[in-house]
Each structure stands twice: as C-alpha cells, then as structure tokens.
Design a protein around this ligand. Structure first.
Ligand SMILES: [Zn+2]
Length: 76
C-alpha cells in the first residue's frame, strides 16, 4: 500500500494589528496591512505580505467596480 500523504495548506487572509513579519521578504508589516497566513503540512504558520503572496501564487488580483481587489482565494 502506497498511500500518498495528502498535503493540505490552509490559507486565510488577515489584517496586521500587531507586529507581523513577512516570512517571504522579512519585512515588518504596517498596522492594518493585509497579509495571508499559510499553515503548511507540519502545522507551521507562515505569513506573507500581499506582494509575496502574489508572487507565490497564494493570492490574485480581481477587478471590482471600485478597482483592483486582492483575493487570497484565487479560483482554480
Ligand atoms: Zn513579503
């Protein structure tokens, strides 16, 4: 039996309210800045600012009436 371990990465969008550092570019996020939290297969949390999550494919832009809106849950 060769059962492959299923990798599930939980992804949720958050707003920075304290000191949050991006695990991608090591930048401290500003208060109120949006970021995304990824739980990897080991249950470790990783935080990415919007530009890092965009470059990693964790987020995407979508167009709304008001302009560009970042979505952390791109449709697949
Ligand atoms: Zn970053």
């Amino acid at each position: 039996m060769n059962k492959r371990k299923e990798v599930t990465k939980m992804r949720r969008g958050c707003i920075a309210v304290g000191e949050v550092r991006c695990d991608g570019c090591q930048r401290l996020l500003e208060h109120g800045e949006r970021y995304v939290v990824i739980d990897d297969e080991e249950g470790k949390e990783q935080r990415f600012c919007t530009s890092c999550s965009l470059s990693c494919g964790y987020a995407s832009y979508k167009m709304e009436k008001e302009g560009e809106v970042i979505s952390f849950f791109p449709k697949d």
